[in-house]
Write a protein that binds this ligand. Structure first.
Ligand code: FES
Length: 138
């Protein structure tokens, strides 16, 4: 094996080890949404009827498909993990990374490359507060 080839192989192995350790350190951490359980994540006045809003810090998308009906989804795209960036005027949750679109009422995939729906979370409305439920069973 030439010296150049050997160095290239070592670089690939090193990058793989860095990637593996980055993944390992992410395991066991709470999801951003879990940290927000039981807390106010948005105000009803911020969420347009027939649309939604991305709560970037909490990695959440809050939608209002029908008047007074609020839904919450993970803003982590199921395709490759980008943070969802917008809820479009066509009433879809839209990931700009590769163009996946999700339904604001169900979180189901409307357009790939994603094949899995967004993770759903339960919310409770208290006045104008949208509170992320402590568990999704409530
Ligand atoms: S990460 Fe969202 S479409 Fe690829």
């Amino acid at each position: 094996m030439s010296r150049r080839r050997l160095l290239g192989a070592a670089g690939v192995a090193g990058a793989a080890m860095v990637g593996a350790s980055a993944c390992a350190s992410a395991e066991g951490r709470p999801k951003p949404q879990d940290v927000l359980r039981g807390r106010v994540v948005a105000q009803t006045t911020e969420i347009p009827e027939g649309g939604g809003k991305v709560i970037v810090q909490g990695k959440l998308v809050i939608t209002q498909p029908e008047k007074g009906d609020y839904r919450a989804y993970s803003a982590v795209c199921t395709h490759s993990g980008c943070t969802i960036q917008e809820v479009t005027e066509t009433e879809n949750i839209h990931c700009l990374c590769h163009g996946s679109e999700f339904d604001i009422a169900t979180g189901e995939v409307l357009k790939g490359p994603a094949t899995e729906p967004l993770e759903k979370f339960s919310v409770t409305i208290d006045g104008t507060d949208i509170v992320l439920d402590k568990s999704d069973d409530s």
